[in-house]
Design a protein around this ligand. Structure first.
Ligand SMILES: O=P(O)(O)OC[C@H]1O[C@@H](O)[C@H](O)[C@@H](O)[C@@H]1O
Length: 400
């Protein structure tokens, strides 16, 4: 019997986010993108409307517009601009979709030059900017973070050069896909799971922009009839991406708007860019309970005994650590990323490896070594939300 974590203190309760977040203090010191409460004065309300199929575009003075993102007609073109800094005409799109053609794992976003204002919010992509020069691109389709660039360290996220962006029903191979309301093939872990690998929000075109400022954006998803067929649960999902000087914060808030308890599993499936996955090590997992190889449920029969967990590049690495501590460090040469999570019990490590790369048609040969996925998850303990209550979880990546 799997225990569920109950996020229900009564109608309207917000669980988790009211607790001190790992970097809550960095907001006060100006190190971090403004939290939504501080966005109130700066924000541009775009007024999400149920049934509206596209995020509305922001009207900006021409000098602030970034042609590669804003002049593009349609989500796919804007997405291509975000991911690769290049646009392809509609005729060049495969199956009406534009594949990002970034070179192996490195995204070529345009240089940061524009004034510090809301700098890009087209139909398909939002570009966030921080005064430090950091940028982040967020696809409205799937609410997928596509790119996170730091002035001194460059691109931090991996995007497959064969990723398909903006095609409903297709998940994006890279950035930060949101796996929800089901983790992997955990078909039975939560009551009423949709039995869809990694859920459906990572491949939905129903997300809408609800708030945006220069360094933060909130996207909102409510189910349409099609989603309700897959998973008959009423909910409102707000996903907020905030950019700091050296950090990226991701917050999920799910409100149960239906009459029945809501139960789900999931994760934020972050792909980190690297030159060679064999050079990457993850610290902070020693002593944690782990499944080596991820199945349909958590067995939790082994204990991690390594100080540094590594990726051999050849074999697929699939590790699910259950009910863990909240901070780990990803090391890649001199680069250090500190990952923290709140109200998510698990960490997941994944790299497809040479042996199984062929099973991923959207990952070209060689690129399997250019990423590691290190993911905060809520798989081993399904999350439970009472009617009217809100579940909240947060993840932050900070460059050290
Ligand atoms: O190919 P997908 O559906 O995006 O999933 C990616 C990977 O996600 C990982 O979390 C799973 O452990 C792998 O089994 C899976 O292959």
């Amino acid at each position: 019997m799997v225990k569920s974590s109950e996020a229900a203190l009564g109608a309207g309760a917000v669980v988790g986010c009211l607790l001190a977040a790992p970097s809550a203090s960095s907001f006060a010191t100006g190190q971090q993108g403004a939290p939504p409460s501080r966005l109130l004065e700066q924000k541009i309300r775009l007024g999400p409307t149920r049934g509206q199929s596209h995020a509305p575009s922001l009207k900006q003075p021409p000098q602030q517009q970034r042609p590669a993102l804003l002049a593009a007609a349609g989500a796919g073109a804007a997405l291509a601009g975000a991911a690769g800094g290049r646009l392809r005409p509609a005729g060049a799109a495969r199956r009406g979709v534009i594949a990002a053609r970034a070179s192996a794992g490195v995204l070529h976003a345009p240089p940061v030059a524009a004034p510090l204002t809301v700098s890009a919010a087209g139909e398909g992509c939002i570009r966030l900017r921080h005064a430090s020069g950091a940028t982040c691109d967020v696809s409205v389709y799937a609410a997928n973070v596509l790119s996170w660039r730091l002035p001194d360290m460059g691109e931090q996220l991996f995007m497959s050069s064969e990723a398909v962006l903006g095609q409903p029903g297709t998940a994006i191979r890279g950035g930060v896909p949101i796996c929800w309301p089901q983790f992997g093939t955990f078909d039975e872990a939560a009551t009423g799971a949709p039995k869809l690998k990694h859920g459906f929000v990572r491949q939905s075109n129903r997300w809408q922009v609800s708030e945006v400022s220069e360094d933060a954006v909130s996207l909102r998803l409510v189910p349409d009839a099609e989603m309700l067929k897959k998973w008959p649960s009423e909910f409102e999902f707000i996903y907020t991406v905030s950019l700091g000087a050296k950090s990226l914060r991701l917050k999920m808030e799910v409100t149960n708007t239906g009459p029945q308890p809501l139960e789900f599993t999931g994760c934020l499936h972050t792909y980190f860019r690297c030159e060679a996955c064999t050079d990457v090590a993850v610290e902070g997992l020693k002593g944690e309970t782990v499944d080596v190889g991820i199945g349909d449920f958590f067995r939790g029969t082994e204990v991690e005994d390594r100080e540094q967990v590594t990726f051999d590049g050849k074999s697929e690495i699939q590790l699910l650590y259950g009910s863990t501590a909240d901070a780990i460090v990803v090391k890649d040469g001199d680069r250090r990323l500190r990952l923290t999570k709140m109200n998510m019990p698990d960490w997941v490590l994944w790299n497809i490896g040479d042996d199984n790369r062929h099973t991923l048609p959207d990952l070209p040969l060689g690129e399997q070594r250019k990423y590691v996925c290190v993911e905060p998850g809520f798989a081993t303990v399904p999350q439970r939300v009472k009617p009217g209550a809100t579940w909240c979880a947060m993840h932050e990546v900070e460059a050290l």
